[in-house]
Design a binder for this molecule. Structure first.
Ligand SMILES: *[C@@H]1O[C@H](CO)[C@@H](O)[C@H](O)[C@H]1NC(C)=O
Ligand SMILES: *[C@@H]1O[C@H](CO)[C@@H](O)[C@H](O)[C@H]1NC(C)=O
Ligand SMILES: *[C@@H]1O[C@H](CO)[C@@H](O)[C@H](O)[C@H]1NC(C)=O
Ligand SMILES: *[C@@H]1O[C@H](CO)[C@@H](O)[C@H](O)[C@H]1NC(C)=O
Length: 513
């Protein structure tokens, strides 16, 4: 028999150990990096030239990592393509790639630099993490040799992966993630055969990681939250802003809110390519963000976050399906938002109530403007269909937006300034999904922290008059299960995919450690 006193003290010491080693809050950093681009990207350079360019970028990242660590940051995220840039062929990316081993090998490149061949970039990142006592998240390229024993092996005899790596504060490689949803033009990289659902535990919560375009799809992004229950998502990106609904700060902060996780988004800084917009987003409101189309400099952001943020439960259909439609008194018209045809009505008065429907989705809006201007027009619209340009994904969207000019033909066009503030808005929709991302974007592409809330019955509600004029107030819904099908011919594909999913899902889930 174990003496009870011993049992108690053993329990206590385990308990106090847990208390010492776990933190309720932590300091996160993201760095928006003005990446130095190679002069030549479409023809191969020598390995020495490739490394020289990567070291120039690493010099800048080093400055950010040291500055973040000095300010107490526990972890720093750097952008996708932040070390070698963009626009390569398979051949021309090759000199930039390193073999990145599975983290289970237990490797600290700073201590054992030559264990897996020539890996100077991993060595430098590992040393930066170790010497500064900070987790470092970076995006580099992985190469894996293959041969004819593998029928899918590319003709050049190797797989190339767009890869995120994480080194812990001792410099050890703790995570490696190969990007699943490559964007158009990323032909230098291969798609992994199976979705990788990558997580790691720290004293300040459980982390998941994915890259850029992945954020629009179910796997691995939604799986990390729903099945692996991560607290914080690490998100290196090279994001080109698309208004009105897909600017970086807008969509990424909305994802944090809709999914109930912390989200650390680090973008490339390249205003010429419309790439800017990084931030540290918590599920209740954005803690800090950066959007800068004017300067050429990078920017370090820091903020304190809760290690285990509270995830509120929202039923996105409850309110909208419980009320009667408002009568629309004025004419509907069609307008195009990023290649999609919306059904719109124009907001006629300084205040009003409107309902607008498309297919299975009805959207309700109540609003009060601060003033009714003659030089601006706002429209309220609904969209329920498969988006097919630059990716296929089914959307259900309710949106209030500023039209580019007073001609209603321009409703849905990109516009980044406005003059009308709103004293009140309330937006809801009869969504066929619980994956709805609430966006509020103000004039000059600014977020509205603490100016609105989401209620448990699925309303996006203002809590005060907006601090700036309004570009858009939007509920961006994703129907992941409909991505595979719209027409009758696509139906059989969906069935086939469903069968495939049943096979794949257990594999994917077993990867959630
Ligand atoms: C590109 O070429 C210019 C002019 O020759 C040079 O100054 C610059 O350093 C080069 N950039 C890179 C990344 O090599
Ligand atoms: C081909 O790949 C397999 C598995 O990776 C390996 O065992 C084998 O040695 C390779 N063969 C050649 C000729 O490289
Ligand atoms: C959401 O609310 C609607 C209407 O009140 C109800 O029918 C539905 O079952 C709820 N959905 C969930 C997931 O709770
Ligand atoms: C909008 O509807 C609410 C109640 O549903 C009502 O109190 C308000 O007066 C209406 N506003 C306008 C401008 O019709």
């Amino acid at each position: 028999m174990i003496p009870s006193q011993l049992l108690v003290s053993a329990t206590l010491s385990v308990f106090s150990f847990l208390q010492v080693s776990s933190l309720d809050t932590f300091i996160a950093a993201v760095y928006e990096h003005a990446v130095i681009l190679a002069n030549v990207t479409l023809t191969p350079v020598s390995p020495e030239e490739a490394l020289a360019l990567m070291n120039r970028n690493l010099d800048l990242l080093e400055g950010a990592i040291i500055a973040a660590a000095k300010q107490g940051a526990h972890i720093i995220v750097t952008p996708e393509d932040g070390i070698y840039g963009v626009r390569f062929t398979r051949e021309s990316i090759y000199p930039y790639l390193e073999d990145i081993p599975d983290p289970h090998v237990d490797w600290t490149p700073c201590n054992h630099p030559n264990r897996f061949g020539h890996t100077p970039v991993q060595e430098r990142l590992s040393c930066l993490a170790r010497n500064n006592g900070i987790y470092v998240v970076a995006n580099i390229g992985d190469k894996k040799a293959c041969n004819t024993s593998d029928p899918q092996c590319p003709p050049d005899g190797r797989y190339h992966y767009n890869t995120n790596v994480v080194f812990d504060s001792q410099g050890k490689l703790v995570a490696r993630y190969h990007k699943q949803n490559l964007f158009m033009g990323e032909e230098q990289f291969d798609t992994p055969k199976e979705v990788e659902v990558v997580t790691f535990d720290t004293a300040f919560g459980k982390f998941g990681i994915f890259t850029c375009f992945d954020v629009l799809f179910h796997d691995p992004a939604v799986t990390l939250v729903d099945k692996c229950h991560v607290d914080t998502v690490l998100f290196p990106t090279a994001w080109m802003n698309v208004l009105p609904h897909l600017s970086a700060i807008e969509f990424h902060s909305a994802w944090a809110l809709g999914m109930g996780v912390n989200f650390l988004a680090s973008n490339i800084h390249n205003p010429q390519q419309r790439m800017t917009g990084s931030g540290i987003y918590a599920p209740d409101f954005p803690r800090t963000f950066h959007y800068d189309m004017k300067t050429k400099e990078g920017k370090l952001l820091l903020s304190q976050l809760e290690s285990h943020p509270y995830r509120p439960k929202v039923n996105w259909t409850s309110y909208a399906s419980s009320i009667d439609a408002f009568s629309v008194g004025n004419q509907e018209f069609k307008g195009t938002v990023f290649h999609d045809e919306y059904t719109f009505v124009e907001l006629k008065g300084i205040a009003g109530n409107y309902t607008v429907c498309q297919k299975d989705l009805c959207c309700h809006l109540s609003y009060q403007m601060s003033e009714l201007r003659s030089d601006e027009v706002y429209a309220f619209g609904a969209f329920d269909d498969l988006h097919t340009v630059e990716g296929r994904y089914h959307l259900q969207i309710c949106t209030l937006l500023k039209c580019k000019t007073i001609d209603v033909q321009t409703c849905g066009d990109s516009v980044d300034t406005a003059a009308t503030r709103f004293d009140m808005f309330s937006l809801s929709g009869t969504f066929g999904t619980q994956y709805v991302f609430p966006e509020v974007l103000l004039s000059e592409v600014q977020l509205a922290p603490r100016e609105f809330q989401v209620t448990s019955d699925g309303r996006l509600l203002s809590v005060q008059p907006t601090s700036r004029p309004v570009l858009t107030v939007t509920l961006f819904g994703r129907l992941y299960h409909k991505d595979g099908a719209t027409s009758a011919s696509a139906h059989s594909t969906a069935h086939w995919l469903e069968g495939l999913l049943i096979v794949i899902i257990p594999l994917v889930y077993s990867l959630c450690w």
